[in-house]
Design a protein around this ligand. Structure first.
Ligand code: AMP
Length: 421
């Protein structure tokens, strides 16, 4: 039996990769427009980084991490998310000393051992940003605006922005007490995980995916009523910013997201087309994470979008991305001498920056033409005995359905002109 890709992972095949490249390139463009710089961190880190940063009681850390020991006995984890690694790098290289407000973006695979289903993979891909160094609500607004601007550039329409504030450690303490009081006599209705969370981390109950727990969560009083003055002012600040930017939002009082590091803002962008796994992305503020990771107290905010989910939304909304059309030239030859001429021409075209290829197998002219067509080549250059004798080549433009004979020396010039048509 041939070996298959591990459960929950997916190959991105050549016929699909154009969409991925388009998404990554557009994300790069948008981030650069918003003045964010790229950062790349390793796909594995010390396990302790996520235990400390993301939180021991979260599903991500307690159930979904890919942990392993390397040959040197180090406890490592495949990264389940990008924020903690970026904060680790930020501290390791003392980036805060150089730039007081650092705006970073990243893209790459994340790993979570979750039950695979539509829109949920064990290896999936994030496009994300982190803005580190300011407590201002306008920065939260910018991060949200960037995510929505990117999704709108892709022409995704059916989007909802869910907005909440999860408060700071001070008001969260009050809210935890409110939660415990409210849930005390509802404990038997909660799953065993949530019963454990009740004492350690009751806010996590809001994030439980089980329907029976969600039913209880719906009766919980909203966190807005318990925010301290500072958190309330911050929340009002974001709302004002969003309203000024004409960004619509829905208040989502039970949205806490699956990571413990969030403070104040928590948001999620959902699509009506995605079914159960309806979040295209989300994020929030994490004013305590830099300090938790051993650095100074520096506030920050970030978000991540899921590439696989964006692709599902594009398919569901039947959006055709304007992928670049290939302008490749395929060289078809008949006979040994023509083949040699073909190879010579091939390297001349490539040296001139024109994408080109030929058939490396012994094939008939017809098969070569078919091959060129299948590869989506725009032009086919045919060199046969006739052409050799005359010092010409035949140039067929497959898009325009025209064929002409041109001088060998003029091929590059003519191709460059025709590509503009
Ligand atoms: P999170 O870090 O959980 O907030 O993830 C941000 C986004 O990544 C989500 O809104 C999803 O779009 C995507 N995502 C998270 N987990 C998965 C997964 N297991 N499979 C596919 N996409 C995911």
């Amino acid at each position: 039996m041939p070996i298959k890709a591990p459960r929950g992972t997916k190959d991105i095949l050549p016929q699909e990769v154009g969409v991925w490249q388009y998404l990554e390139e557009t994300f790069r463009e948008v981030c650069s427009l918003f003045s964010y710089q790229e950062i790349k961190t390793p796909v594995f880190e010390e396990a302790a980084l996520f235990v400390r940063g993301v939180g021991e009681d979260t599903d991500i850390v307690s159930k979904e991490m890919y942990n392993f020991k390397d040959k040197g006995g180090r406890e490592l984890s495949l990264r389940p998310e990008g924020t903690a690694p970026i904060i680790r790098a930020y501290l390791e290289h003392s980036l805060y000393k150089e730039i007081p407000l650092l705006k970073l973006y990243y893209s790459g695979p994340m790993f979570r051992y979750d039950r695979p289903q539509a829109g949920r993979w064990r290896q999936f891909h994030h496009l994300g940003v982190e803005a580190i160094g300011s407590p201002q609500p306008a920065l939260d607004g910018e991060v949200i605006a960037l995510a929505l601007y990117f999704l709108k550039r892709l022409k995704i329409k059916e989007l909802n922005l869910q907005l909440n504030s999860v408060g700071c450690p001070t008001c969260r303490k009050t809210y935890q007490e409110v939660l415990q009081k409210h849930l005390k006599d509802k404990l038997p209705l909660l799953c065993s995980d949530c019963q454990n969370r009740f004492l350690n981390n009751p806010l996590r109950i809001l994030d439980c995916k089980k329907e029976s727990c969600q039913e209880v969560v719906r009766t919980i009083p909203p966190i807005f009523d318990y925010l301290c003055g500072d958190c309330r002012e911050h929340f009002e600040g974001i709302k004002e910013y969003l309203e000024e930017m004409k960004i619509k939002y829905i208040l989502a009082p039970h949205l806490v997201r699956g990571l413990d590091y969030y403070t104040k803002t928590a948001f999620e962008i959902t699509s009506t087309h995605l079914g159960a796994q309806n979040a295209l992305g989300g994020g929030g503020r994490y004013d305590g994470l830099v300090e938790t990771c051993g650095g100074p107290s520096i506030p920050a905010v970030g978000m991540a979008l899921g590439v696989e989910r964006i692709i599902i939304a594009l398919q569901e909304e039947r959006i055709e991305l304007p992928l670049k059309k290939k302008e490749e030239t395929f060289i078809a030859t008949v006979g040994e001498e023509a083949k040699r001429e073909g190879f010579k021409l091939l390297s001349q075209l490539r040296a001139a920056g024109l994408a080109a290829d030929l058939d490396y197998r012994p094939s008939s002219l017809k098969a070569q033409m078919r091959q060129g067509d299948k590869k989506g080549a725009r032009f086919v250059i045919i060199i046969g005995e006739e052409e050799l004798k005359k010092g010409l080549v035949s140039l067929r433009d497959l898009r325009q359905g025209k064929q002409e004979e041109i001088k060998k020396e003029e091929v590059i010039k003519v191709l460059k002109e025709r590509r503009k048509l």
